[in-house]
Write a protein that binds this ligand. Structure first.
Ligand code: GDP
Length: 140
């Protein structure tokens, strides 16, 4: 088992409904530790850059509008196999397909407003952490 870091976002639908603590509790109960956390209002430029990989997808514009519609909490998480573990705790993108007990099954409103983001691979985790945090903001 490898100790890894991953990047997480509590999305605007969750912050709006005061679910930040509930989401973080699920992550912690699942064995992940919060090594960095800050509540920010993403700018349009930041959201466009963050989701650049989805630029050609039909929902890109809506996704950027959603992610800038309210505050988000960006986080660095650490734990054993943190990248896969986080995605397991989050559940499938579409809450209708998410397993029982996952964050998205419990809290997501729909496929877009699905409460959390989690990196999908070591390379993206490293890039996404760097996109929002400097090294001195990450404290283990
Ligand atoms: P994730 O890794 O599970 O977050 O899923 P993706 O990387 O495929 O998509 C990124 C984000 O885009 C998702 O978390 C949703 O917020 C949003 N998204 C994905 N699919 C759709 C869709 O079909 N319609 C809309 N409106 N948003 C979507």
């Amino acid at each position: 088992m490898a100790l890894e870091r991953t990047f997480s976002i509590v999305k605007p639908d969750a912050t709006r409904r005061n679910l930040t603590g509930a989401v973080v509790a699920k992550l912690e109960e699942g064995g992940l530790r919060v090594f960095a956390s800050k509540r920010i209002q993403m700018t349009k430029d930041q959201a466009e850059g963050f989701y650049a990989v989805h630029k050609e997808r039909p929902f890109y514009g809506e996704l950027v509008a959603f992610m800038t519609s309210g505050p988000v909490v960006v986080q660095v998480l650490e734990g054993e196999n943190a990248i896969a573990r986080n995605r397991e705790i989050m559940g499938a993108t579409n809450p209708e397909e998410a397993a029982e007990g996952t964050i998205r099954k419990l809290y997501a409103e729909n496929i877009e407003a699905n409460s959390v983001h989690g990196s999908d691979a070591p390379e993206t985790a490293a890039e996404e952490i760097k996109y929002f945090f400097s090294d001195d903001e990450i404290v283990g």
